[in-house]
Design a protein. Structure first.
Length: 301
């Protein structure tokens, strides 16, 4: 089986490496070739364009940052879609909105290509350890064709339904993550404003029913101030925005998420865009606006 992989960022590079660890040879493409270098060798060759890559593979994975990047790679200049062979499989693991996935599925079908949306949950460490969860929208027969490949990169597959449904569940999951992280940061800001130490706040709230379980894993980042990205804040903001787009298309009201995604946007404007999304804690607890309020409070006292 000849496999192609396009998009070798934080997640894609680790996913591709795990396919290689299971003995699969890959043909890869990334706009920045340097990111592909660790994958090149006996089990990896670099292609000059998505189009050339597509001519050589039966299965193609894409793991790109946003819908525009996926559409450009598929349908733009040197796009891969018209070059894939009939009955080839395109598995898009990117986090995109469901209506976009359905659009790509239709484009693929016109060319005799089978489309699967299979976005993932899990940050960089989970990707490195092949512990990702795949949310899959696909024809059951197509899923069975790639199940063994997905299990090289993850340890759980959830077949949500038809094409576009994997992307749908991904929107729900990331909405929960983004809102929970921001709510925790805001609650801790209140606690500190009331005079409770951060240590007591963390010791008392983390690992309780009041706090989402994943937040305990962010404690070290917050306490050290080292927000090296496992899931960049700018992509969390993007996913929350796409969730609100999906809500608009579905006639669903999401007032809380519409506000929260703009808080993430403000954090991006403050220079946090490439940091881990847990840096929303730093923005809400130590950002310019917070510092100004604290200074003014001290002056009044």
């Amino acid at each position: 089986m000849k496999i192609g992989f396009i998009g070798l960022g934080i997640m894609g590079s680790r996913m591709a490496a795990n396919l290689q660890k299971h003995g699969y040879s890959l043909i890869v493409f990334n706009r920045t070739r340097a990111k592909a270098e660790p994958l090149l060798g006996p089990c990896g060759t670099f292609s000059d364009s998505p189009a050339k890559l597509a001519e050589e593979v039966e299965v193609l994975f894409t793991m790109l940052a946003h819908p525009n990047a996926v559409e450009q790679a598929a349908l733009g200049k040197d796009g891969f879609l018209i070059h894939l062979k009939p009955n080839a499989l395109w598995i898009d693991c990117s986090s995109v909105n469901p209506s976009f996935s359905k659009k790509m599925a239709a484009e693929a079908a016109q060319r005799g290509v089978h489309f699967v949306d299979a976005p993932v949950t899990g940050s960089a460490p989970a990707a490195a350890e092949a512990k990702l969860i795949f949310w899959v929208g696909a024809d059951p027969a197509d899923l069975e064709r790639i199940r063994s490949l997905l299990l090289c990169m993850g340890d759980k597959i959830v077949h949500v339904g038809e094409r576009g449904m994997g992307a749908s569940l991904k929107m729900v999951v990331n909405l929960l993550l983004g809102n929970a992280m921001a709510a925790f940061a805001e609650a801790m800001a209140l606690g500190k404003g009331l005079g409770i130490s951060q240590k007591i706040l963390f010791d008392s709230s983390l690992n309780t029913a009041a706090v989402a379980p994943f937040l305990a894993s962010k404690r070290e980042k917050i306490e050290s101030g080292n927000y090296e990205a496992e899931f960049p804040l700018q992509w969390m903001q993007k996913d929350m925005h796409l969730a609100t787009v999906s809500a608009y298309e579905s006639g669903v009201a999401m007032p809380q998420t519409n506000v929260t995604k703009e808080i993430y946007r403000l954090a991006m404007r403050d220079g946090h865009e490439t940091k881990d999304f847990s840096a929303i804690y730093d923005y809400l607890n130590n950002g310019p606006g917070v510092s100004t309020i604290r200074r003014q409070t001290r002056e009044r006292e």
